[in-house]
Design a protein around this ligand. Structure first.
Ligand SMILES: *Cc1c(COP(=O)(O)O)cnc(C)c1O
Length: 353
C-alpha cells in the first residue's frame, strides 16, 4: 500500500532500519535522565536546528503532539485574550480549546479562497498573542510567503503558528513568529507520537513574566528540563532517536523546500490537465504540502475506493469538506515513483469518466 494520507503519513523508507538500530543502540532502554539520553537529545536538537535553519537563539522542545501545544500556549503564554486568525478546521479548533482554557479568545475567520487581510493594526492592539495556522491541513491552504513578515511589522504581539503540516517541508520565516509547532507524523516523515515546539527569546521572556508553573507541561517547566537536555516527563525516546537519524539524513531545508515547490506545481498542473478541481480556487492561497481535490460525494467515494483497490491510500476530506474532497500529501518522504503511480491511477480514472 502506498499512502498519501496527510498525517499520519508515509514514513521515510529508512525508518525501518533506524528502528532496528535504535533497539541495538540500547538508548531506548536508557533512563531519560542518563548521560546517553541527554547526549542524544542535545544532538537531535542541534541537527534539527541546523537542517531546518532555526535561529540560534530559538529553543526547541519535544512535547507529545501539536494538540498539546494548543494547551501549553493557552496556559503559559496567554494572559490577555488571544486573537485567532483562521480559515479552516484546525485553526478553529485551536481557538475553541483556547476559549475553554482562557477567557475571551476571539477569532477572525477568512474565506479559504481569500488571503487574510492586512493591516490588522486596530484589531491587534488589544491582544497579546496572535494565533495562525501556517498550513491548514483541512482544506489545503497555506499562508502566502510574506504574510507573516508583514504581520510582524504591524506590532509587537507574540505570534504563534501552527505549522504542523508544513514544518520540515517548506522554508518557514522563523524570525517572523515566536512560537512554532508541529507533529512529527507529517512533513518529518516519522511515526506519530511527538510534537516539536520552537520558541523565540521573546516568547520565553513573556512566559517568565507570566510565571505560570502549575502544570506538568507548563512552558517554564518544560524549558527548565530542556536546558539540562531532559524532559519534564518520560518522553518518546524512540521518536527522538528517529528524529535525530532523519535530521542527519535529510538535505538542508532550502533544498527540501525546492523539491516540495516543484512537486506541488507539478501536482496542480497535473490536476488541471486531467479535469480534477483543486478545492482551493485561488492559486495564491494553495498549500504546497497538502493538496485537496473536490468533487461530488459520489465521485469522491468512487475515486478513493478505486485507489484503495490499486494499493493507494488517499487522504479523506476533513471537517466540512469530508465528503466533497480527498487530500494528497505532498510530504518529503514520498518518492517520485509513488507520485508517478498515483498520477497514473488518477489519469486512468479521469479517462474513464
Ligand atoms: C495534524 C494537525 C494537528 C494535530 O496534530 P496532532 O499530532 O494530532 O496533535 C494540528 N494542526 C494541524 C494544522 C494539523 O495538520
Amino acid at each position: 500500500m502506498i499512502t498519501f494520507y496527510p498525517g499520519p503519513s508515509k514514513v521515510y523508507d529508512e525508518v525501518g532500519q533506524y528502528l532496528q538500530e535504535a533497539v541495538e543502540s540500547g538508548v531506548i532502554s536508557a533512563n531519560h535522565r542518563s548521560g546517553s539520553f541527554m547526549q542524544m537529545m542535545e544532538e537531535t536538537i542541534s541537527n534539527l536546528k541546523s537542517k531546518l535553519d532555526v535561529p540560534a537563539d530559538y529553543e526547541v522542545y519535544f512535547v507529545s503532539s501539536a494538540t498539546e501545544c494548543w494547551e501549553i500556549i493557552a496556559q503559559s503564554l496567554i494572559s490577555v485574550p488571544s486573537l485567532h486568525i483562521y480559515n479552516g478546521a484546525f485553526g478553529e479548533k485551536w481557538m475553541e480549546y483556547t476559549q475553554k482554557l482562557t477567557s475571551g479568545a476571539s477569532g477572525l475567520s477568512f474565506d479559504m479562497n481569500e488571503l487574510p487581510d492586512l493591516p490588522f493594526a486596530s484589531k491587534l492592539s488589544g491582544s497579546e498573542v496572535i494565533c495562525l495556522t501556517h498550513n491548514e491541513t483541512s482544506n489545503g491552504t497555506a499562508l502566502p510567503a510574506g504574510f507573516l513578515e508583514s504581520l510582524r511589522s504591524e506590532g509587537d504581539n507574540l505570534i504563534a503558528v501552527d505549522a504542523t503540516s508544513s514544518m520540515a517541508g517548506v522554508v518557514l520565516p522563523w524570525q517572523s513568529a515566536d512560537i512554532w509547532y508541529a507533529s512529527v507524523q507529517k512533513c518529518f516523515g516519522l511515526p506519530a507520537g511527538m510534537g516539536v515546539m520552537i520558541v523565540s527569546p521573546k516568547a520565553i521572556e513573556r512566559a517568565e513574566e507570566i510565571g505560570e508553573k502549575k502544570h506538568y507541561n507548563s512552558l517554564l517547566f518544560i524549558r527548565e528540563n530542556f536546558l539540562k537536555n531532559q524532559t519534564p516527563f518520560t518522553p518518546n525516546t524512540l521518536c527522538i532517536y528517529l528524529l535525530n537519524k532523519i535530521m542527519q539524513q535529510v538535505k538542508p531545508i532550502s533544498e527540501v523546500a525546492e523539491q516540495t515547490k516543484l512537486r506541488s506545481a507539478g501536482w496542480y498542473r497535473f490536476l488541471s490537465s486531467n479535469k480534477y478541481n483543486p478545492l482551493v480556487k485561488n492559486e495564491a492561497a494553495r498549500s504546497e504540502t497538502v493538496i485537496a481535490v473536490t468533487n461530488t460525494p459520489q465521485k469522491i467515494t468512487e475515486i478513493k475506493e478505486a485507489a484503495r483497490k490499486n494499493g493507494i491510500t488517499l487522504g479523506n476530506g476533513y471537517g466540512k469538506h469530508k465528503d466533497t474532497s480527498f487530500r494528497i500529501a505532498n510530504f518529503p518522504a514520498i518518492s517520485d515513483q509513488e507520485i508517478a503511480a498515483l498520477q497514473y491511477f488518477l489519469a486512468e480514472m479521469a479517462r474513464k469518466q
